[in-house]
Write a protein that binds this ligand. Structure first.
Ligand code: DSN
Length: 427
């Protein structure tokens, strides 16, 4: 067996299939821009730069500089100097924050897994690994938002050190302000922005720090279309002791090699989002509403019709009557439409990894590929043909994708040809 050939074939097949032949509708994914992709591969991918204030390695002047520059771009955007971009993922960012504020055995309040809570904020994930005891927030499943009154009462009874808005299913903004106003100001509020970070950057979702959150954790590759990674952003006036603990938990605590090669791509994405983020975020939300409405009109049980379905990039469908989330997601994949199964509030934790009630759809990537409301209507029609009429539409999907092969909302690579020639060996 020629494994080299096999490996190269796998990569070619992945690129051809997922990049050019599928409708990628996974709410936690995206596609990075051509320029960000070009600078992703560089000598940085082979280097270390373990550091606190100073690097513990030699040969790191450019590694220090790129981290400084990207942090500066984040600082200017969020108006705070408390930025940490070394965590390799949003889950790891959550671990660092929990470890910096809580001790084993401490209680904190977070969303229930089946009410959209991300696994890292539950006993099955980071919170469990750190021996934290999570108490679920109350959730109103008709409104698909936190039940403020009951949750305030819970917080005031439990008096935790921290509450976490940590959700990977998010249709509507979190009631940060409403809760903040009613609880002890010493309780730290953390907002996991992983899913909606691009919408926040574009100014089209809530502004968590402005509404009273102390810390944002995020990943950098969902609606924010950067390289895979994580970040932590705190209010500039956060207790210095907490911030120092957070930096030391990052390194030497849990992140050694922080994969420096992400940073040029992260910086480019951030600058692209400064320029195109508003227009992109607006189109994402409008596309999500259009897709939800189209699906609803075909008779799908789309959640929250009374609230125009969604205010984010996500659309949720209850597919219990179509055999459940796992089966529906599999059937869609056979037709090159990629979504994820998802637990809905009426499911049990066990259902989440089995055959839960729902599927979760995210429109951010196909928006980046140039799709707009009319394409969303067509996608709804494809869902109808597959799931209601049992038709195979794989060939139609491949044909449809041929019209959407250029990534939008980003810089033109051609503007940077001279630099790129140097990057790839023209010294
Ligand atoms: N599992 C990702 C999601 O799909 O939401 C986040 O880690």
């Amino acid at each position: 067996m020629d494994y080299v050939k096999r490996i190269l074939d796998i990569v070619v097949n992945q690129n051809k299939w997922r990049r050019y032949e599928c409708l990628n509708l996974v709410a936690s994914e995206n596609v990075i821009s051509p320029l960000a992709e070009k600078v992703y591969l560089s000598d940085f991918m082979s280097r270390y730069n373990e550091h606190n204030a100073e690097s513990h390695y030699q040969g790191t002047k450019f590694a220090m500089e790129i981290e400084y520059v990207v942090k500066k771009i984040f600082e200017e955007k969020f108006n705070t100097d408390k930025i940490e971009i070394r965590p390799l993922s949003g889950g790891l960012a959550n671990l660092i924050v929990y470890r910096s504020i809580l001790k084993p055995g401490d209680t904190f309040i977070s969303p229930k897994l089946t009410a959209g809570g991300h696994v890292s904020s539950t006993r099955y994930g980071v919170a469990g690994v750190l021996s934290l005891a999570e108490i679920p927030m109350f959730f109103d499943s008709d409104e698909m938002t936190v039940d403020v009154d009951k949750t305030v009462e819970l917080i005031n009874n439990v008096r935790p050190k921290l509450i976490m808005f940590g959700r990977s299913v998010i249709l509507f903004p979190e009631p940060i302000k409403e809760i903040k106003n009613e609880i002890d100001p010493k309780i730290k509020i953390v907002y996991d922005a992983a899913h909606v970070f691009g919408l926040i950057w574009g100014g089209k979702f809530q502004d968590p720090l402005d509404e009273g959150a102390d810390i944002i954790t995020t990943s950098t590759h969902k609606t924010f279309p950067g390289p895979q990674g994580g970040a932590i952003i705190a209010r500039s006036d956060i207790d210095e002791k907490i911030w120092r603990k957070l930096e030391f938990t990052t390194f030497p605590g849990v992140v050694y090699n922080h994969h420096i090669h992400r940073f040029p791509a992260l910086g480019i994405t951030a600058l692209e989002m400064n320029e195109f983020g508003k227009e992109y975020a607006e189109q994402v939300i409008s596309n999500a509403k259009a897709l939800a409405e189209g699906l609803f009109n075909y008779g799908f049980n789309v959640l929250c019709p009374h609230k125009r379905f969604t205010a984010s990039h996500q659309v949720l469908i209850d597919v219990r009557e179509l055999d459940g989330g796992r089966k529906v997601a599999t059937k869609l994949e056979e037709n090159n439409i990629i979504v994820t199964k998802i637990a809905l509030p009426w499911d049990s934790d066990k259902d989440a990894t089995g055959n839960p009630s729902g599927i979760r759809i995210g429109v951010q990537e196909m928006t980046r590929w140039g799709m707009r409301e009319s394409e969303m209507k067509y996608i709804a029609e494809l869902f109808h043909e597959i799931l209601n009429e049992n038709k195979s539409v794989r060939d139609k999907v491949v044909e449809f994708r041929k019209g959407f092969r250029e990534i939008r909302y980003c810089f033109k690579v051609e503007r940077y040809e001279d630099y790129l020639a140097r990057l790839f060996g023209g010294f």
